[in-house]
Design a binder for this molecule. Sequence first.
Ligand code: GLC
Length: 750
Amino acid sequence: MSPSTPPLSTREKAELVAGSGFWSTVASESGGIRSIVVADGPHGLRLQRAGGDHLGLGTAVPATCFPPATGLASSWNVGLVERVGVALGEEARAEGVGVLLGPGVNIKRSPLCGRNFEYFSEDPLVSGELGAAWVRGLQSTGVGASLKHFAANNQETNRMTASTEVDERTLRELYFPAFESIVKREKPLTVMCSYNRINGVWAAENRWLLTGVLREEWGFDGLVMSDWGAIDRMVPALAAGTDLEMPGPQRDSADAIVAAIADGSLDEAVLDAAVSRLRSLSDRVGPPVAVPEPYDAEAHHDLARAAAVESMVLLRNEGGILPLSPTERIAVIGQLARTPRFQGAGSSQVNASRVDSALEHLRAGAAEVTFEPGYSLDPVGNSGQSLLRAAVAVASAADVAVLFVGLGEGAESEGYDRTTLELPADQVALIAAITAVQPRTVVVLTNGGVVSLEPWHDSAAAILETWLLGQGGGAAVASVLLGPEFPTGRLAESIPFRLQDNPSYLNFPGDGDEVRYAEGVFVGYRYYESAEVPVRYPFGFGLGYTTFGYSDLVVSRDGRDVAVTVTNTGERRGAEVVQVYVSAPAVPVRGPVRELRAFDKVWLEPGESRRVNLRLTDRAFSHWDSPSSDWIIERGDYEIQVGPSSHDLLLRETVTLAGQRAQKPLSLDSPVSDFLEHPVTGPLFRKAAAGRNKDGPTEGGTSVLDMVSSMPMRRLLRFPGVPVVAWQVRALSTVANLRPVRAIARLFSR
Ligand code: GLC
C-alpha cells in the first residue's frame, strides 16, 4: 500500500470483514492486505483444496493425525504438547495455511458433550497450560492460532441458538481462565467466538465479552473471527468486537455495514479497526511461502506415536498383569484392535497420512496372538452371538485376553451430544462373557468422552483408558501392553460411577432455549470432592508400572513456592505427575474444597528421587468478588495439598495470608463488617464497641459489632444508644475512602 494509494472506500472495507470463501479472507492490494488461508483443526491439518464444509465431510489433504485434545491432555506434558504444536505449524505452513483453527479449550462441564474429545479437561489450569503450549508451538512456526470457542460453549445440543445462563463468578473462575491465560501469555493471533448466546446475548455480538473482557481487560490485540455461520447481524457484531465473519462472502453484511455507517448507527472507526486487525494479521502471518518447506512426515508420525504413548491412562492393573510377557498366548478381541477409531467426527477430522493398528503391532511383538472381532461397529452389523461365541473360544484358549472396546464413529461427534455414558450393550455383554472364562482379561478403552466402567469394572484384571490416540495409537497401545513403553497418563476428567452423579446432570443440555449452569464453579472434581461424592476414578489419577513416594514438603510463608521430593519406589522406570491443590477458606464465598493450582511431570528411574519445585500465582489464592468485580484474596488459612490426584493428597501445609481484599468504598449502605475490616474505621469502631462492653468482649472474643457484622450501617444507626449518627459516619467514610488515608492507616495497622 503506497502513500499515493487512495484510501479504501467504505464498501471495500465492508467487503473485507467477511471471508472471500469458506477457508480464506479477502485480499486488498490497495489496502495492503493479503488473503489468508485458514483451516482446521486442533489435532491435525484438515485442508480442503476444493469445496468446503465445517463438518469434516469433504475430503482433505493427507496430514498427520495427532491425539485429539482429550488424549494430549491426559499426558499432562506441556513440552510434548508444544512439540505437537510445532509439528502442526510445519504442516500448515507447508500447505500455505496461515491460521490453524485451534486449540479448543472449552471446559468439560458434562461428560456427555459430543465434542469433549476435542477439549482438554474439566479443569481450567490443565486446559490453559496445555492450550498455551499448543499455541506457543504452533505460532513459533509463524502460523496463527484461533483460540476457541469463546465462550461458554460446553455442549453441542442447540449450540447455535441456546443461551448459556451463567453467573460472572463461574465464568471468571472456571470458563474464562484457560482463555485468559493463553491470551495473556501466548497472544494467539486470533480468537474464535462461539455460536451460543451468553445470558441472552450472542457471543458474536457480546461487547462485554469481546471488547470489555477480551481486549480491555486481557489485552488481546489480535483478530476475532466468528465460528462458521455464527453471525446473525454483522453490524452489531462489528460493534461488539467481531472483526471477521466466516465463511464469506456476505453481500448482505457488506450492504448493512455501508448503510449503518451512512445513517450514523455504526461509527466507521469500528470498521477501520477491524480492517486494521486484518492487515495486522496478514502482516504477522506473512505470505504463503513460494516453495513450501516440506515437512518430515515420518518424524511427525513418530511424534504422534510418542504422544499417544503418553496419552493413555492405566486405571487398573490387578496383580501386575501388565506389562504382558511377549511369550504369553494372547487373545486379542475387538474390532477396534483391527480398525482403530483414533479421532472424533466433525470439523476436526483429519485425513490421516497413515494409521497403525494395535492388532498388527501386537502380532509383531508377541509370540502367539489370536484374534476375533467380538462385535460389529457397524450399526447394522452381523449378529452378536456368533461373534461373541468365537471371541469366548479364543479367550478360553489363551493365557490372557486383551479386549478392545469403545465408542464407534457415530456415538460421539461435533454437532450432537451423547445421552448415556454406557458402552454399546453388545460390548458390555462381551466383556461379561470374556471375563467369565478368562480372569486374566485386559480391557482397552477407545472413547473421546468418559464412558461408564460399570458394572464390569471389578471383573477386568486391568483397564487401560486410551481415549482417542491419533494415527500412531495402535503401535503405542501395543508398546505399552508389551513394553518397553509404560503408561504415564493421568485423568484430565473424572470418571463417575453414574451419569446422575455428575453435577450438570439435571441441567444438561438444558431446555432447548437456555442451559443453566446451576452448578456454578462446582464442575468435575470441584463438585465430587466438595460434596464428597465418590467416583470410580478421580481427576488426576493414573497408574504406571512402578510406584512413587512423596516427602519433605516445604511451602514458603506466602504460599507461592512449593517444593516436594518424589521418589520412584518401584522396580521400573516411570513418570509421576505431581499435583498441587489449594484449599481456600470457605468464607465469605463458598468455593470448591480444593482446586488444582500447579503440576509438573517428572520421569524417574527405580529408586531415583527428585526435588520438584512449583510456583503458585496470586490467582491460586484468589476468588472473583462480584460486588467489587475484582479478584480478591481473603484473609485466612490456605492449605497447600500435594499428591497424585484430586483425591489423594499425601502431604499438606497451611499458610496464613493477610489477604488482599479489594477495599470497597464505605457508605451507610456498607455492612458493619466492611467498617470493621477497614484500616481506618476498624480500630475506631472496635475501640468504641469495647468501651460500650462494660465486661469486655463477649465470650469468644467477639464484640457486639461482630455479632451484627452483616447489618448495613444505616440500619445499625437506628438502634437506640448507638453513639454515632449518620452524618458522622458519612464524614468518616469520606475520609476513610481516600486512598492515601487508607494506605497510611494500613501501614500503622501492620
Ligand atoms: C465448526 C466448528 C469450529 C471449526 C469451524 C470451521 O462449526 O465449531 O471449531 O473450526 O466450524 O470448520
